[in-house]
Write a protein of this length. Structure first.
Length: 355
């Protein structure tokens, strides 16, 4: 399989052109065709000489993913399913407006991007972990989701959350290469402040990311305010318990200006006690973090339940009354298999890739 042209940075493309005896300025033209004009074939790059287009065609494929399915409609959340070169699937979710989650104005479009096929971390609420880990996505497959979502929707993506399938920090090198493609002025040119990486809490990579020069935002899938509760939900907590995680987050705070987000899925009788709310508020204050409360969405094959709205509000009020910025999303997303990984799981199961 030929490599994807969209995976090449400006430097890599310039060096390939040099090897081919082509002038360096062609790199800007090619990047412009791919990322700005959103060309759907190498042949469409009409200001390149035919000989160069032929060389490109014999060395690269243009796109790294093929769109196969969309769930949802233009004015609601849309989920795109993409097929990869090896027959695997990933999904991205385009959310038309989400000011309650990450701030900003109501006309922002947020894309939730996948970073791996499957996931090894096995968080108990998550469909992506159900079939285990298959492979990392490369940079072109990660950044290509943004390009494809813009092509399919004919809209500009303003915010990106790395919160789809996979643990992004377990694939940190490809993730950072993709972020370069997303933020570079010659490619998608989206500000790093509009990018949020959501992690289950990989401590060494949080420290590594704290050293990264760009002001990327960080969200932590917390889902439990004590080790005892959290490790029922997130196996990763056995490797990096909360004390180590919070130390890494203190370090993050010492290096970055961006406010952390703590994600907390409310699950009935598991982590929704008001005692957990009180401890969560204490943690959030220590970390100067905001809290995003998400009532659990039922996942096929999993047993947990969503608490009633009254309990969700009571939980939120305790956190808020402690002086912490907290949001609670009470709307439901069951209709489009909104939990990450569900659409891909259905497709791969139907094709017999997952049994
Ligand atoms: S929540 Fe994220 S880290 Fe946890 S299993 Fe799902 S994809 Fe993996």
């Amino acid at each position: 399989m030929l490599p994807s042209l969209t995976g090449l940075s400006h430097e890599e493309l310039t060096s390939w052109l040099k090897e081919q005896g082509e002038p360096a300025f062609r790199a800007n033209q090619i990047l412009d065709w791919m990322w700005k004009k959103k060309a759907d074939s190498i042949d469409a790059m009409s200001n390149l000489p035919a000989t160069l287009r032929a060389k490109l065609t014999s060395s690269f494929r243009l796109a790294s993913l093929t769109h196969t399915h969309t769930q949802g409609s233009a004015d609601t959340t849309r989920k795109f399913l993409f097929k990869l070169h090896d027959g695997r699937y990933v999904e991205s979710v385009l959310i038309p407006a989400n000011p309650a989650l990450y701030g900003g104005t109501s006309d922002r479009r947020t894309l939730c991007v996948s970073s791996q096929v499957g996931c090894a971390y096995g968080c108990k609420f998550c469909a992506s972990g159900l079939a285990g880990f298959t492979r990392n996505l490369d940079a072109s497959e990660i950044a290509g989701q943004v390009l494809a979502a813009e092509q399919l929707s004919n809209e500009r993506v303003d915010n990106i959350v790395f919160m789809g399938m996979g643990e992004p920090l377990a694939n940190i090198n490809n993730l950072l290469a993709a972020i370069n493609l997303i933020t570079n002025e010659k490619t998608l040119h989206l500000g790093a402040r509009h990018l949020t990486i959501s992690t289950s809490g990989l401590v060494p990579q949080i420290r590594q990311l704290a050293e990264h020069p760009q002001q990327i935002r960080l969200a932590i899938s917390l889902h439990g305010a004590t080790d005892e509760i959290r490790q029922q939900i997130m196996p990763v907590n056995r490797k990096w318990p909360l004390a180590e995680l919070f130390d890494a987050l203190d370090y993050w705070n010492s290096r970055k200006n961006q406010k952390l987000t703590l994600e907390y899925i409310l699950i009935e009788n598991i982590n929704d006690s008001l005692e957990q709310a009180t401890i969560l508020a204490r943690v959030a204050r220590r970390l100067h973090a905001k809290v995003n409360l998400i009532p659990y969405n039922t996942v096929e094959g999993l047993e947990w339940k969503r608490p009633n709205d009254k309990q969700c509000r009571a939980f939120r009020d305790i956190v808020k009354n402690a002086g912490v910025q907290a949001t609670l999303r009470l709307e439901k997303g069951h209709d489009i298999d909104a939990a990450c990984g569900q659409l891909r799981l259905k497709q791969e199961t139907a094709e017999g890739i997952i049994r």
